[in-house]
Design a protein around this ligand. Structure first.
Ligand code: AMP
Ligand code: ZN
Length: 141
């Protein structure tokens, strides 16, 4: 646990939350300012600032759990779709610096905004960048 981290406190039961699931690794809660009702957050009980320092073993479990939560939200809320997203660093919209994954029920025509303007590029630029990043990725354990 990290001192003064609200999600450490929530994940480990120190602060009450609308919990929908808990196991030894995670607590899943309902977001206090939901994009739509049912907006859920997966919080690991262990503190990681973001995806960069996430433990790979716990990281590999997050998406399995996200799939289960999404399935339940879909069945229970009869939503039309679901977004799963995870923000890293302020520039990407992270406001709570304890890794968490958002699972957001979506409805046709709802007011939730999430997206980008499609950019422009060309095959040459893509290939050059793919090679650069691909080489880097080979070095990552
Ligand atoms: P992010 O912007 O990705 O860091 O997301 C942080 C999310 O945590 C936001 O959607 C907030 O509404 C939510 N949040 C912040 N504090 C609490 C809290 N005490 N209980 C539940 N959700 C919270
Ligand atoms: Zn924390």
């Amino acid at each position: 646990m990290k001192e003064d981290c609200i999600f450490c406190k929530i994940a480990n039961g120190g602060i009450p939350s609308a919990t929908i699931y808990e196991d030894r690794y995670f607590r899943v809660i309902l977001d206090i300012s939901p994009a739509n009702m049912g907006h859920a957050l997966i919080l690991p009980k262990e503190h990681f600032d973001n995806v960069y320092d996430m433990d790979p073993e716990i990281g590999s479990k997050v998406f399995v759990l996200a799939g289960k939560v999404a399935q339940c939200l879909k069945e229970e809320l009869q939503c039309d779709g679901i977004n799963i997203l995870q923000n890293n660093e302020e520039a990407a919209g992270q406001t709570v610096f304890h890794f968490h994954m958002h699972i957001i029920p979506r409805y046709e025509g709802d007011a939730v905004q999430m997206g980008w303007q499609p950019g422009k590029t060309d095959q040459e630029s893509l290939a050059a960048l793919a090679e650069r990043i691909g080489e880097k990725l080979q070095e990552v354990e």
